[in-house]
Write a protein that binds this ligand. Structure first.
Ligand code: AMP
Length: 307
């Protein structure tokens, strides 16, 4: 939570726990993901993508029709505020659980996936997805990111308008995309400073805030970066006159936040943190039309806050 701080002893404990994560976790994620996909328990299919450019901003449309089966919890459903009703994360199937990260989290394979493997980091108890990330959430995500040999990214869709489909707090992790294959670099990579927030990357159509992270950043630095970016998000919602929701993207090299005002579901094409980076998942043909009607750059301005 904002303003919350890690005590030194907590930090030490975290580092010890990070070292204790089982060797082979990264391999386990893949083998479990493949096994459950083969038996139909996970909904995943390899997908194809095409890269386009609009108003100087490059993005990729990835066609993932299998996500049609993914349920979306409405904005006003009790599941989002109290955890009552259908909550797939309260008692997840043991076959989907990969690891318990003390004290609060479970690492799962994701039942509806676009990337191989896609993982979920959920809170054990119900916490609303509209809450910001706590220090323990950040620590759990950071532990995994630092433990894996391959580069991974973590996304968090905070609140309904940020594109979250479930109301129980969950972060998502998957391998960092191959930028050669994409044909572009994810824009937060262009941020240079780990002191001053970057908010002016060229051709990004919407407000964005990025901090580079120092090499081997500790949890205290991570927490400060989170608070600083969140302050910028809140300021921009305040200036816009409304809004609370935002996307968080974390990799070992940087953290990025994007304030949101619309999920896109109201227009027929929802967008989460990945979409705001330019990694757009297209589930139905109609969604392509929504993105293209005024052009993706204009649609991005509707989803986020125009610069
Ligand atoms: P988001 O759309 O960001 O809220 O993420 C929700 C995530 O939960 C999606 O990535 C879904 O694939 C995932 N998920 C995993 N298991 C389930 C389930 N049983 N029902 C709905 N979503 C699920």
């Amino acid at each position: 939570m904002e303003g919350e701080s890690f005590k030194d002893q907590d930090r030490d404990l975290r580092l010890i726990k990070a070292l204790n994560i089982q060797a082979g976790l990264e391999e386990l994620c893949l083998t479990r993901f493949d096994r459950l996909t083969a038996t139909g328990q996970l909904i995943y299919e390899p997908s194809t993508a095409e890269t386009i450019e609009d108003q100087g901003f490059k993005l990729s449309f990835r066609f993932a029709p299998h996500l049609r089966r993914k349920p979306i919890t409405p904005a006003d459903a009790p599941e989002r505020t109290t955890g009552e009703g259908h909550n797939p994360f309260l008692d997840p199937p043991p076959s989907e659980v990969l690891l318990s990260i003390e004290p609060d989290h479970l690492l799962l394979v994701n039942k509806f996936s676009v990337y191989r493997p896609s993982l979920l980091l959920i809170t054990r108890e119900f916490v609303p997805q509209a809450d910001g990330l706590s220090r323990n959430d950040l620590a759990a995500a950071w532990t995994i990111l630092c433990h894996f040999k391959e580069p991974y990214m973590m996304i968090y869709n905070c609140g309904f308008e940020s594109g979250s489909s479930q109301g129980h707090k969950h972060m998502q992790l998957w391998p960092y995309p191959d930028e050669q294959e994409l044909g572009f670099e994810l824009f937060p990579n262009q941020a240079k400073s780990d002191v001053y927030v970057t908010d002016d990357i060229s051709n990004v159509p919407y407000k964005h805030f990025v901090l580079r992270l120092p090499m081997n950043a500790d949890l205290v630095t991570l927490g400060h970066a989170y608070d600083e970016l969140l302050r910028c998000v809140r300021q921009s919602h305040y200036e816009a006159g409304k809004g609370t929701d935002y996307n968080v993207i974390l990799v070992k090299e940087w953290m990025c936040m994007i304030p949101r005002r619309h999920s896109g579901l109201d227009r027929g094409a929802g967008a989460n943190s990945a979409a705001m980076l330019g990694l757009v998942w297209i589930v139905t043909e109609a969604e392509t039309e929504v993105w293209n009607s005024a052009g993706p750059a204009e649609y991005f301005k509707y989803l986020g806050l125009p610069r």
